[in-house]
Design a protein around this ligand. Structure first.
Ligand code: GDP
Length: 595
């Protein structure tokens, strides 16, 4: 409280109408009205400056104070959600060079992910010669046709999506393993959904073709059903038959990966400050923290000082995936390093900084930010927030994960939800499946800023806990039409509100007063409705509009008032208009939201 009885409020240099409304717990409409009465037409997402905001909040009984901002680089502000693609986008085009693709292997349990990763690794003669004992650091590179490919060695979409939920964008290409004898299974569908949500191209490895009961044609049919139509069936998905066990088709698979890589612009700037993602980390009693890093931009060098999440350190020693000591690691190289102060998390982003001091400062700041963030619910989205993002022009999509009790209810729900798409907003079903809401669903929703919709199912306890932590909204329903009704309502809310002018009252000018320095005031009588200071006024003479503008003053007797009702007298001043005549009508229009 300040000494004049007003509540004080800190305002930033710029604030949107919506943010301001949130700050003072007022309706954005009231703020817009208040701005209009000050002669400013604003939309809900419009930025207004400090001075304007200060005037507006004073009308609501607040005293504004400039917010003190601790300088922070934009990159830091975004923290782990900074997308690498954006970082790369900032690089000048001429500095970008092709880098090896980074590949993740996904698929249903027992379909052969681990066996395939093994077979690929052993396909590289050079890698095989180097040791024989395979050094697992969580990622490795192979050379095919003289070109490198990086594989992330933790198979499964849980790891993939957990990293993505932390903001890491590591994977360029996903290999979806489908056993030819077993076909498309629930986790195959789930994995495909996760890769699609991440907008990562998918290659299918049709594994176990050596098995007598392998049925590739049936699998291709199933793949077509989940929108992964094989290219030999007229679709776009490359389907490569392999046998991880007999090490057959591995070269074809690597060939396919390189083809897709050529199709996709996979680039980085080796000259930039090195940055990337922590793939995994462990504590070794003798050596301390051993962290596997994937370099995604720049070249990482021994001796560099780096910050990874909320830990930092000097790179004491650096090894490649075959355990050889190296001094420099270019983009897409997986390396393990010694020298970090503490264990970083898998999925944390890292970057090289200039000095120890800078590293310590960043870490201190991040720890503080994390403490503050822990007090607040996290980064998931409610329908309202999606709506806000839509309004801010940040998204034109509503992403949903749909769970239902049986296939018979899932299909109509998915179809009717998809039908809610309009030209302005697209409803994207990331994943639709039967069964309760699981942790994986929450991870997918969190990583993709999606909302979970469940019909006649419940959320597992673990899923609910994770959803609370990640701030993901789970909406459960028991009546089918309520699902679509609810989402439709949310989508309607997503549309920018439209306003129309509504006549709220009329006053008749009975006498014109000249007030020195201010101008002419119309002494009037309210004939109909109510007139308001924050409305738009239209002066009508003999049925013709002679002026339209905002109200500069509205008085009843000697008092400044917000409104005057029918049957009362008042003094009206208009901004930029002095030509009142006795007998003029002043019509008052308010902006009203069109449903
Ligand atoms: P993951 O759970 O997807 O990692 O699957 P694994 O790699 O552990 O493989 C599951 C089982 O399938 C193991 O018993 C493997 O030996 C077997 N397997 C994997 N690939 C092949 C293959 O190409 N042919 C045959 N016949 N068996 C395979």
């Amino acid at each position: 409280m300040s000494n004049n009885g007003h509540k004080t409020i800190e305002l930033p240099a710029n604030v949107t109408v919506r943010q301001l409304a949130d700050l003072i717990k007022a309706s954005p409409i009231d703020i817009i009205k208040q701005l209009m009465s000050n002669g400013m037409m604003a939309t809900i997402n419009q930025q207004i400056d400090y001075d304007t905001a200060a005037i507006v909040v004073s009308e609501f009984g607040f005293e504004a104070q400039p917010q003190i901002v601790i300088e922070e680089k934009a990159e830091e502000e975004q923290g782990p959600t900074a997308e690498w693609r954006k970082i790369i986008d900032r690089e000048a085009a001429e500095d970008l060079v092709v880098r090896p693709p980074v590949v993740t292997i996904l698929g249903h349990v027992d379909h052969g992910k681990t066996s395939l990763l093994d077979a690929i690794r052993k396909s590289d003669v050079a890698a095989g010669e180097a040791g024989g004992i395979t050094q697992h650091i969580g990622a490795y590179q192979v050379v095919h046709d003289g070109r490198k490919i990086t594989f992330l060695d933790t198979p499964g979409h849980e790891a993939f999506t957990a990293m993505r939920a932390r903001g890491a964008q590591t994977t360029d290409i996903a290999v979806l393993v489908v056993a030819a004898d077993d076909g498309v299974m629930p986790q195959t569908r789930e994995a495909a959904a996760h890769a699609k949500a991440a907008r990562v191209p998918i290659i299918v490895a049709l594994n176990k073709i050596d098995k007598p009961n392998a049925n590739p044609e049936r699998v291709k049919q199933q793949l077509s059903d989940i929108e992964l139509t094989p290219d030999d069936w007229g679709g776009k998905t490359m389907v490569v038959p392999v046998s991880a066990k007999q090490k057959k088709g591995i070269d074809d698979l690597l060939e396919a990966i390189l083809l897709i890589a050529d199709d996709t612009s996979i680039r980085a700037n080796p000259q930039a400050t090195a940055a990337g993602t922590v793939v995994e980390a462990q504590l070794d009693r003798a050596k301390g923290v051993i962290a596997t890093l994937l370099v995604q931009n720049g070249t990482l060098s021994a001796g560099d000082i780096l910050v990874a999440g909320k830990v930092y350190g000097h790179i004491r020693r650096m090894f490649n995936d075959q355990g050889k000591v190296i001094n420099d690691a270019p983009p897409s190289a997986p390396v393990s390093i010694l020298g970090l102060s503490e264990l970083p998390n898998a999925g944390d982003l890292f970057r090289v900084v200039n000095s120890d001091r800078e590293a310590r400062e960043i870490v201190a700041r991040r720890k503080l930010a994390l403490k503050e963030a822990a007090a607040k619910p996290a980064k998931g989205l409610t329908l309202d927030q999606v709506f806000a993002k839509f309004q801010a022009g940040e998204t034109k999509e509503l992403a949903l994960v749909v769970k239902a009790d049986v296939q018979g209810s899932l299909e109509p729900i998915v179809t009717s939800l998809q039908k809610l798409s309009t030209d302005d907003i697209k409803v994207v079903i990331l994943y639709g499946e039967t069964g309760n809401v699981t942790e994986n669903d929450v991870l997918l929703a969190s990583a993709s800023k999606a909302i979970i919709v469940g019909f006649a199912v419940s959320a597992d306890q673990a899923a609910q806990r994770l959803a609370d932590k990640e701030g993901v909204s789970i909406r459960l329903y028991d009546v089918i039409y309520r699902v679509t009704e609810d989402i439709e309502k949310a989508l309607k809310g997503m549309l920018e509100p439209e306003y129309k002018d509504v006549l709220i009252g009329k006053a008749e000018v009975r006498q014109v007063f000249r007030i020195p320095k201010i101008g002419n005031i119309a002494g009037s009588y309210v004939r109909e409705g109510e007139i308001r200071r924050n409305a738009t006024a239209r002066v009508v003479r003999g049925g013709q509009k002679v002026f339209e503008g905002s109200v500069s003053s509205l008085k009843h007797l000697k008092d400044d008032v917000r409104e005057v009702r029918q049957g009362f007298e008042c003094g009206i001043g208009l901004n930029g208009f002095d030509g009142f005549r006795t007998g003029d009508l002043v019509e008052f229009y308010a902006k009203e939201q069109v449903e």
